[in-house]
Design a protein around this ligand. Structure first.
Ligand code: SAH
Ligand code: SF4
Length: 373
């Protein structure tokens, strides 16, 4: 973060480690709190370096979900969600402002691509959550002293999902740098098995990830089990269709020994029919797969013909998959509407008044293993 500046200022490695420790472990909120540094050096940092590249502009909470709207240095908005499930904290983070993939049901996609986030803009979202969790912990435990070396597990983000705004594979280098920061034991210390990258299926990106050896969990946004239907819902399918995607996903499973989470936004009358369930079954049987049905969250910008499905239809699909094809699935319930807990929604609102945006489904039940294994 500030390593380069400190190096150039002739600071020794141990000083750089001290700064990193103060920022990532002690979770200081400004340079003047880094008391291990001389006053001169603190003043120099304050004058010449930005402590943050994101500004928290709005923070909304509901029972288990909260969301921050950040403003970037160039006046754009991004958002990040924190989900609390059985005491475990999962941060859903953004990697782009907008997205070029244009999936028909997605508000972020409707924005088009504005720009990629830098690695720092990506991991700083998590840094904010950790600071909030620390503050909360100290408020609840007034006697406790903060131990940055070994922070209490309930007071730190445990899982990361790249399911906010943007397509990680289109911002590959910065996403990987951010993952390395998140994974670094001296910084966030989050294991790769606790990091889930969600992709609409960009073959060169998945290939690079395989070579990288940074084997995070993979979630694949499937949405349709045949190329014909997927072409309609996910324009990227015309570039990387299921015939090329499935073998590369199989390779990923083989290398990690872990199942892939298939995301399926359910649209009434479009992909929630019995035949869709059979297509899904045929595609996923004999694969290490877990399917997440995500009921479509209405986004008026995406048009009137996209409708939220009825629960019984999804249950029928679930039963067909399990009983006839032995494919496990979960229906991800949507919550958090009260806080607009939606990846894509707040940022869209801030940017374009009147735009409702996509509501992210707040993860429930079996989604958890994606971040837990
Ligand atoms: N670009 C990546 C990650 C961000 S999107 C990807 O597509 O996987 C994260 C998730 O939000 C995806 O599974 C996507 O399908 C879902 N999503 C997008 N729009 C939605 C909507 N209107 N309702 C419900 N889920 C939606
Ligand atoms: Fe982009 Fe994902 Fe939205 Fe598709 S669902 S437009 S890939 S952010």
């Amino acid at each position: 973060m500030f390593s380069k500046f400190l190096e150039e200022a002739g600071q020794k490695n141990f000083r750089i480690s001290q700064v990193n420790h103060a920022i990532f472990r002690d979770l200081v909120t400004n340079f003047s709190e880094i008391t291990t540094l001389s006053e001169d050096l603190r003043a120099d940092l304050e004058e010449k370096q930005k402590f943050s590249v994101l500004e928290k502009t709005k923070h909304v909470r509901s029972k288990d979900t909260e969301k921050i709207l950040f403003k970037t240095d160039d006046g754009k908005f991004i958002e990040s969600v924190l989900m609390r499930h059985k005491g475990r904290k999962t941060a859903c983070i953004s990697c782009q402002i907008g997205c070029p993939a244009g999936c028909v049901f997605c508000a972020t996609g409707k924005m088009g691509i504005i720009r990629n986030l830098t690695a720092r803009e990506i991991y700083e979202q998590v840094l904010y959550w950790n600071r909030i969790l620390k503050e909360e912990y100290l408020e609840e435990n007034p006697e406790a002293k903060w131990n940055g070396k070994n922070p209490p597990h309930e007071a730190r983000v445990r899982n990361i999902v790249f399911m906010g705004m943007g397509e990680p594979m289109f911002n590959y280098e910065n996403v990987i740098s951010a993952i390395k920061f998140l994974n670094d034991d001296k910084k966030f210390g989050i294991g790769v098995r606790h990091i889930t990258l969600s992709t609409v299926g960009i073959v060169p990106g998945i290939e690079k990830l395989l070579e990288e050896g940074l084997l995070v969990n993979l979630a694949f946004s499937l949405h349709a089990a045949t190329n014909k239907l997927r072409d309609e819902l996910v324009p990227m399918n015309k570039t990387y269709n299921l015939d090329v995607l499935m073998p590369i996903l199989d390779k990923y499973t083989k290398k990690t020994g872990r199942r892939i989470f298939y995301e399926y936004v359910v649209l009434k009358g479009k992909n929630d029919r019995r035949e869709d369930a059979h297509d899904l079954g045929k595609l996923l049987q004999h694969r290490m797969a877990h399917l997440n049905f995500i009921p479509y969250n209405v986004n008026p910008e995406c048009g009137d013909d996209l409708i939220t499905p009825d629960e019984p239809e999804m249950r029928i699909m679930q039963n067909i998959l399990l009983n006839e094809y032995d494919v496990p699935s979960t229906i991800r319930m949507t919550m958090g509407d009260d806080v607009d807990a939606a990846c894509g929604q707040l940022a869209n609102k801030a940017d374009r008044p009147g735009n409702k945006g996509k509501i992210v489904s707040i993860v429930e039940g079996n989604f958890e293993p994606a971040c837990d294994i």
